[in-house]
Design a protein around this ligand. Structure first.
Ligand SMILES: Cc1cc2nc3c(=O)[nH]c(=O)nc-3n(C[C@H](O)[C@H](O)[C@H](O)COP(=O)(O)OP(=O)(O)OC[C@H]3O[C@@H](n4cnc5c(N)ncnc54)[C@H](O)[C@@H]3O)c2cc1C
Length: 345
C-alpha cells in the first residue's frame, strides 16, 4: 500500500474467531494494520490517536473476559525475506502479521534450518518476541537478531536488539514497560551457520531412540516436533484453548527440597543458576484438577496445564477456573502460579 492509502477501520467486529479460546467478545472498533505506516496513521488519527489500544495478533495467548473498550489493532503486516547472508548466520526478516509456523515452514523450504524446534507454535511473528516463545529446548531469544516497533504515542519507529528486548522465560520488555504501548511491526531472526540439531529435550531423545535416526536433519526434527505437539496439545480449531495456561514456576533449591519432602514425586528440573523449574501441570494435576470444569471452561483431560473451552465458555468462567486452580496450588504447595496468557478486560 502507498503512503496515502486509507486504513481499514471496521465497527462492531466479533472477536470469537480471532482468539483461539473461542471466547465471545465484540470490538467496537477494529483497525487492520497492513503495513508499518498504518501504526503511524493510527497515532495521527483525530479520533483514535489517543484512545487506548489492544494489539491483537493471532489471539492465541489472550483471554477475552469482556468486550474490549480499547481500539483493536489487528496485526496483518505481511512479508518474508532473507536480508543478510553472513559466514556465521543467515538473517531472515518477517512482517508481524505472518504466521509463526508459516515462517518456520518457509525457512525450511528455503533450506534455512534453525527454527524447527519451535514448529507449530500458534500465533503471529510479531507476538513471538512479546513472551519470548519457546518449546522443545529453544526460545525465540536464541534465534533473535532485532525488531522494529512503533511507539503508540509518538509514532516513532525504533529498532531494538537482543539486549534491548530484555528477554527472559516467557517474558520481554513488551510484556512489561512497553505492554500495549509499542507495536512490533517487523522481526529479524538469526539462523546460525553451521546448523546443529538441538535434541536435548526428553521427547526428542525418545524420538531418536524410537526411530534409530541418530543424526536427523532439520526437516526430520520439524516433523517430530509437529507429531509430538499434535499428540499432546488440543488443536484450537477443534477445542478452544490458549496452550499452557500457567508458567512453570521457578523455586529455590530449599523450597524444592521442602516440597519433595512432602511430595516425593514432584516433577522438577535443575536450572543453571541453582534454582529449580517445577512442572505447573504436575502441580495442578496433583491438586486433582484434571477434567474439572467451571461453566464451559475446563481443565484438559490429557494435560492439566491447558484450560479449554468445552463449548460456550465465557472469559469470566476461564478466569474463575484459573483463580480456583491458583488458590488450590497455593494452599497445597505454597506456590503462586502465574498465568501465561494476557487477560483482557
Ligand atoms: C495450542 C497452543 C499451543 C501453544 N504453545 C506454545 C508454546 O509451545 N510456546 C509458547 O511460548 N507459546 C505457546 N502458545 C502461546 C502462543 O502461541 C504464543 O504466545 C504466541 O506468540 C501468541 O501469538 P499471537 O499472535 O496469537 O498473540 P496474541 O494472543 O494475539 O497476543 C498476545 C500478546 O501479545 C501482544 N501482541 C501481539 N502482537 C503484537 C505486536 N505485533 N506488537 C506488540 N504486541 C503484540 C498482545 O497485545 C497480547 O498482549 C500456545 C498457544 C496455543 C493455543
Amino acid at each position: 500500500m502507498g503512503e496515502n492509502s486509507a486504513m481499514r477501520i471496521e465497527s462492531a467486529v466479533s472477536l470469537k474467531s480471532c482468539n483461539t479460546f473461542g471466547l465471545p467478545a465484540v470490538a467496537a472498533t477494529l483497525i487492520r494494520i497492513e503495513e508499518p505506516a498504518d501504526v503511524r496513521r493510527v497515532v495521527d488519527h483525530p479520533e483514535y490517536g489517543r484512545a487506548p489500544k489492544l494489539i491483537l495478533g493471532g489471539g492465541s495467548n489472550i483471554v477475552l473476559v469482556r468486550d474490549p473498550s480499547a481500539v483493536v489493532l489487528k496485526m496483518e503486516i505481511p512479508g518474508l525475506r532473507v536480508v543478510e547472508e553472513r559466514a556465521d548466520a543467515v538473517i531472515v526478516e518477517a512482517g508481524a502479521g505472518e504466521s509463526w509456523h508459516g515462517l518456520v515452514q518457509w525457512t525450511l523450504d528455503q533450506g534455512l534450518p534453525g527454527l524447527e524446534n519451535m514448529a507449530l507454535i500458534p500465533g503471529t511473528v510479531g507476538a513471538a518476541p512479546v513472551q519470548n516463545i519457546g518449546a522443545y529446548g529453544m526460545e525465540l531469544m536464541d534465534r533473535f537478531e532485532s525488531l522494529d516497533a512503533v511507539d503508540l504515542v509518538t509514532g516513532r519507529t525504533v529498532t531494538l536488539d537482543w539486549r534491548a528486548c530484555r528477554f527472559s522465560y516467557r517474558d520481554s520488555l513488551f510484556k512489561q514497560e512497553l505492554a500495549g504501548k509499542s507495536v512490533v511491526t517487523t522481526v529479524r531472526l538469526r539462523l546460525p551457520r553451521p546448523w546443529r540439531p538441538m535434541l536435548g529435550y526428553l521427547d526428542l531423545q525418545r524420538k531418536v531412540e524410537e526411530t534409530g535416526i541418530t543424526a536427523p536433519d532439520a526437516r526430520q526434527i520439524f516433523d517430530w516436533v509437529v507429531a509430538i505437539r499434535r499428540a499432546k496439545l488440543p488443536d484450537p480449531a477443534v477445542i478452544g484453548n490458549a496452550g499452557s495456561f500457567f508458567k512453570n514456576p521457578v523455586v529455590t533449591a530449599e523450597q524444592c527440597r521442602d516440597i519433595i519432602a512432602r511430595d516425593p514425586h514432584l516433577v522438577h528440573y535443575p536450572m543453571d543458576d541453582g534454582h529449580f523449574k517445577l512442572a505447573a501441570g504436575w502441580l495442578i494435576d496433583a491438586c486433582g484438577w484434571k477434567g474439572k470444569s467451571v461453566g464451559g471452561a475446563g481443565v484438559y483431560e490429557k494435560q492439566a496445564l491447558v484450560l479449554v473451552n468445552r463449548g460456550e465458555a465465557r472469559g469470566s468462567e476461564v478466569l474463575t477456573l484459573a483463580q480456583a486452580i491458583q488458590e488450590s496450588v497455593y494452599g497445597r504447595f505454597g506456590i503462586r502460579l502465574e498465568p501465561e496468557p494476557v487477560v483482557v478486560g
